[in-house]
Design a protein around this ligand. Structure first.
Ligand code: GTP
Ligand code: MG
Length: 195
């Protein structure tokens, strides 16, 4: 499926702007700056497709991408970022939560976790929301290129421990580096298998 055309469809700022729910979709959630947009670019092999940047809070809309005709990939605004006007942050967060709770065609949420930081309380909040909305989720570790193996193992232990409170989470962690390309093919195969 990733061999097909990848295109930007639209940026959505309110629930009534979502595209017709006519195909399965997966979304990328995670703290601001964790690497959601970079991961979409790595998956699609198109560097500038999703806007990535070092400025936390870069993605401020729900951005829809198609891969072939079969799926939508959905880039979400980050959470846990406090350095923008409160009213703005609250608006994104409300949209994000309504989307995660209410999107009928959402088949899986990938919750991205920075390999250096592990699962933070805000991540647990989002995971609880997903669990209570019966949305299947799976953790994807990002930026693994920034750690040595021993350091990574320690963080993975923390992540596995935290995930035990969520029996509905996929136990398999996907280890990725958008920078080096590690884990990208694995994640493509996982997404291609979702329908
Ligand atoms: P928001 O849209 O603000 O929520 O951020 P985001 O989660 O979309 O993060 P984004 O993809 O914009 O990446 C944030 C920063 O991390 C950028 O400077 C990226 O270059 C960097 N980054 C992302 N993935 C990786 C990775 O795998 N390895 C390394 N070393 N840096 C990465
Ligand atoms: Mg982004």
């Amino acid at each position: 499926m990733f061999a097909g055309e990848t295109e930007f469809v639209k940026g959505v700022v309110a629930m009534d702007g979502l595209p017709d729910p006519d195909r399965p979709e997966v979304c990328f959630a995670g703290r601001s700056n964790v690497g959601k947009s970079s991961l979409i670019n790595a998956l699609t092999g198109r560097k500038g497709l999703a806007r990535a940047s070092n400025t936390p809070g870069r993605t401020q809309e729900i951005n829809y991408f198609t891969v072939g005709e079969s799926h939508y990939l959905v880039d979400l605004p980050g959470y846990g970022y406090a350095n923008a006007p409160l009213a703005v942050v609250e608006k994104w967060q409300r949209l994000l939560k309504n989307y995660l709770r209410g999107r009928v065609t959402l088949r899986r949420a990938f919750v991205l976790v920075d390999a250096r930081h592990g699962i933070k309380p805000v991540d647990e909040e989002i995971m609880s929301l997903l669990a209570s909305a019966a949305v299947t989720f799976q953790c994807v570790m990002t930026k693994t290129d920034k750690l040595k193996k021993g350091e990574l193992d320690k963080v993975l232990e923390q992540v596995r421990g935290k995930l035990q409170q969520f029996p509905s989470a996929y136990p398999e962690l996907v280890l990725t580096s958008s920078e080096k390309g590690d884990g990208i093919e694995t994640l493509r195969a996982i997404i291609a298998g979702i329908d």
